[in-house]
Ligand binder design. Structure first.
Ligand code: PGA
Length: 259
């Protein structure tokens, strides 16, 4: 079932998303989270860190698995997703280092790194709550258009669109051309998914993902058939999804959210 929350601002989206993470941790201190990087979740992480500092949100039993990582960067490279996560979240909460998992993009044997990542997720009992952003081309994680819906953690060649969006690289030539990502099947196995989108730049692809056909051409469209999907979008990202509660692409819950 899809539940939609539309927010007036990005800050409100950040707070709403952080509150969902908080609820899951308070309800189950040993929760397993799946986490994204990117511009979209940055404010959510700031809010989560604030909940830790100001409201005692305890990460000591939380386990995390990041959705993706760039390949070929030396460990500790500030542009890696693992360093992004340290800066935005892990350095600000009391999560034990051993509970943090990010795919190893610098592994000598990337295929083996993918296999062991998938195994680690399984060993942790699967992901309880997986947070995702959506790429301009509909990717989720680094699952670019055309990715098999049955894929598990794998190495991908990044599209030009995705490489252009990666910040911190001086030129496109310098941006890594490969990444490791949870597969679509790995993502769909999560018990609950939280999809975040903000900004008018995401409006077209969000509509395609939520209201268009379920197709590998738009990997995020598969989320329509996840049993527990929550979408939090700001008004700008939502703008092409629904002009009014009567929009044909809306389900009952969306209409309720709009009314
Ligand atoms: P963004 O990336 O949050 O930086 O827009 C989203 C994504 O590619 O998943």
């Amino acid at each position: 079932m899809m539940r939609v929350m539309i927010t007036e601002s990005v800050a409100e989206m950040d707070r709403a998303a952080a509150r969902i993470i908080e609820e899951r941790i308070r309800g189950c201190p040993g929760v397993v989270l799946g986490l994204p990087t990117g511009r979209t979740p940055s404010g959510m992480y700031r809010e989560v860190a604030r909940l830790h500092a100001g409201e005692g949100l305890d990460f000591s039993n939380v386990t995390t698995f990041n959705v993706d990582e760039l390949c070929g960067l030396p460990p500790g490279d500030p542009r890696s997703f693992s360093q992004f996560m340290r800066r935005h979240l892990f350095d600000h909460v009391n999560i034990p280092a051993g509970n943090i998992h990010v795919p190893d993009g610098s592994a000598g044997n990337l295929v083996e790194a993918c296999r062991s990542y998938e195994e680690a997720i399984e060993k942790a009992g699967g992901i309880d709550l997986l947070v995702l952003g959506i790429g301009l081309n509909g990717h989720i994680g680094f699952n670019e258009p055309g990715t098999e819906l049955g894929s598990v953690t794998h190495v991908v060649r990044l599209s030009e669109t995705t490489r252009e969006r990666l910040s911190g690289f001086t030129t496109l030539d310098a941006a890594p051309d490969r990444g490791i990502t949870m597969g679509i099947k790995t993502i769909m196995r999560a018990r609950m998914i939280l999809l975040l989108a903000c900004g008018r730049v995401k409006a077209r692809i969000l509509r395609q993902a939520l209201c268009g056909p379920v197709t590998p051409d738009c990997p995020a469209s598969i989320l329509q058939i996840h049993p527990v999907l929550t979408v939090i979008a700001d008004r700008n990202a939502w703008s092409e999804c629904a002009a009014s509660p009567g929009d044909p692409c809306l389900g009952e819950s969306d209409r309720a959210a709009l009314s």
